[in-house]
Write a protein that binds this ligand. Structure first.
Ligand code: PGA
Length: 254
């Protein structure tokens, strides 16, 4: 059985006090042990500045503390950067990499992302690797190719063992923060495609085990239908992860 995951990407939202309050509220709502030991994982990715403090107020066996990014270099003269090792040292378990906002606003390309993925894994954490097409790419019918290339250029450069230690999140750019969700059929179609290219590269057994999340305007009202799809194993949630009730509603949907 594949592990199901609901991951909250807080992006650049909440100050420290608000963030602690939100993390505590989510932590209190969770009654089962959700991080890495059960069949369902709950992930939160607060801003860097909150991670240490939030780690102090959550149960690490309920919530998997995750960062939204990390540096592509190990250490040294890189002003303003946060390394994978620093994240590891404050209790972070996973790192979101390749989010479309990082690709679009900070020029992140596959070459940089591969370096980041390797550093995250070297430090014993899990990359949550994002891929997804822009609206014009879907309209031109190029979405399969775009997603395939994004995955090929980074995750398919890893050994099977390292690939196994990664999570894929498919997030169509046109659905992020827009209120427009991919239909359950559209999302299932591309998730099935991703699983197929994984099977072609690493074999059916590994493909069947791979957790593939959907992201883009996922909310309590549509989560159930999305998560009911055969190849959708949970969600990467932006806006709806900023309210404990909404986030919990999505967790319940899974
Ligand atoms: P959204 O963001 O749920 O606000 O659309 C999803 C994401 O960017 O991870």
């Amino acid at each position: 059985m594949r592990k199901k995951i609901v991951a909250g990407n807080w992006k650049m939202n909440t100050n420290l006090q608000e963030g602690i309050k939100l993390a505590k509220a989510i932590n209190e709502k969770l009654t089962t042990k959700n991080c890495d030991c059960g069949t369902t994982g709950v992930v939160i990715a607060p801003p860097f500045s909150h991670l240490y403090a939030i780690n102090e107020v959550i149960d690490s066996d309920k919530i998997c503390l995750t960062a939204q990014n990390c540096a592509a270099e190990e250490k040294g003269a890189y002003t303003g950067e946060i390394s994978a090792e620093m994240l590891k040292s404050i209790g972070v378990k996973a790192v979101i990499l390749g989010h479309s906002e990082r690709r679009a606003y900070y020029g992140e390309i596959s070459e940089t992302l591969l370096k980041k993925v390797k550093l995250v894994q070297k430090n014993g954490m899990k990359p949550i690797f994002c891929c997804g097409e822009k609206l014009e790419e879907r309209e031109a019918g190029n979405h399969f190719k775009i997603v395939e290339n994004q995955i090929k250029e980074v995750l398919f450069e890893l050994s099977a063992k390292d690939f196994e230690n990664s999570i894929i999140a498919y997030e169509p750019v046109w659905a992020i923060g827009t209120g427009v969700t991919a239909s359950a059929e559209q999302a299932q179609e591309i998730h099935a495609f991703i699983r197929k290219i994984v099977a072609d590269k690493f074999g059916q057994e590994l493909a069947e085990k791979k957790t593939i999340l959907y992201g883009g305007s996922c909310k309590p009202s549509n989560a159930k239908e999305l998560f009911a799809q055969k190849d959708i194993d949970g969600g990467l949630i932006g806006g709806a992860s900023l309210k404990a009730d909404d986030f919990f509603g999505i967790i319940e949907a899974i």
